[in-house]
Design a protein around this ligand. Structure first.
Ligand SMILES: *[C@@H]1O[C@H](CO)[C@@H](O)[C@H](O)[C@H]1NC(C)=O
Ligand SMILES: *[C@@H]1O[C@H](CO)[C@@H](O)[C@H](O)[C@H]1NC(C)=O
Ligand SMILES: *[C@@H]1O[C@H](CO)[C@@H](O)[C@H](O)[C@H]1NC(C)=O
Length: 252
């Protein structure tokens, strides 16, 4: 009887605990958290940094370069199927995640400069679901059809928020098996980055034109520049789990 109780407790724990949780206090295990730069990397760098951290003393520092090939990430493929909740603390050095590059306008504004601090490839393809910045706000970009959530109209831009500079921010998103998306910054839901049944999003027209459901195999954190933007990000206290962890969680 006692043994059965123990087993039940373990089963319960394995459901409620994160699938992946990492604070980098034991260092950067590059087998578990390899570098990812699928397209091209023109000089970006990833290092374990012991001079700044959200908790403890270590974080992972991403020095991103500018230019069309300024791509570099680190991440994990330990992502189970089903609902995926990703949370990370992150901070960045420069104000604009993605000011429009000082270049002649390109045919589609969407192609000019999605710079993505986080990136997750859907299963079975090499197309990425990107989360990053454009028009100075946080947004999603779907590589397969290059649309954004929210639409980058003035109304759409107003429904998202910028990622503050120089402070540790708590960023969290949920990808549902039905294609739904929820996103929080410091525990506050971002309306423009919410896309789920029963919740109207007047600025999700482009996104809803396709019935693509992201089915991700990995989660990567880093920097992807399509313009001249150079930036440095630090990531710490990452969890990936089947349910929401929340910013008040005290352990990993
Ligand atoms: C690094 O990660 C790999 C893959 O998860 C694991 O097998 C290995 O034990 C880890 N190494 C250390 C030193 O923790
Ligand atoms: C975290 O805790 C604070 C203070 O108790 C509370 O106000 C806040 O709502 C909590 N946030 C979440 C996401 O649970
Ligand atoms: C996601 O991918 C896994 C394995 O590649 C597959 O078993 C599952 O059916 C896929 N889910 C959806 C919703 O396509």
């Amino acid at each position: 009887m006692f043994q059965q109780t123990e087993l039940l407790a373990l089963a319960f724990l394995s459901f409620s605990f994160a699938q992946v949780s990492e604070n980098f206090e034991s260092g950067w295990n590059q087998t578990a958290w390899p570098i990812y730069a699928p397209d091209c990397n023109q000089g970006g760098k990833i290092t374990l940094d012991s001079t700044t951290a959200h908790s403890g003393k270590n974080s992972i520092r991403v020095d991103g370069t500018g230019g069309f090939c300024g791509h570099i990430f680190f991440g994990t493929t330990k992502v189970s199927s089903g609902d995926v909740h990703v949370r990370t603390w992150l901070t960045k050095r420069h104000a604009d995640i993605c000011p429009f590059p000082a270049k002649p306008p390109m045919p589609s504004p969407i192609l000019t400069s999605p710079s993505s601090p986080c990136l997750t490839p859907p299963k079975g393809t090499d197309k990425h679901l990107r989360i990053g910045g454009q028009s100075k706000i946080l947004m999603y970009n779907r590589e397969s059809d290059d649309v954004t959530l929210p639409d980058l109209s003035p109304q759409g831009i107003a429904t998202s928020v910028p990622l503050p500079t120089g402070t540790w921010e708590y960023f969290e998103y949920h990808l549902g098996t039905d294609g739904s998306i929820e996103t929080w910054l410091n525990g506050n839901a971002i309306a423009g980055l919410t896309e789920k049944p029963g919740v109207a999003n007047a600025n999700a027209d482009q996104w809803q034109r396709s019935s693509i459901i992201p089915n991700i195999t990995a989660v990567y954190f880093g920097w992807e520049s399509y313009g001249n933007d150079v930036n440095t990000f630090w990531y710490d206290d990452i969890t990936i789990s089947g349910s929401r962890v929340g910013c008040n969680a005290t352990s990993f």
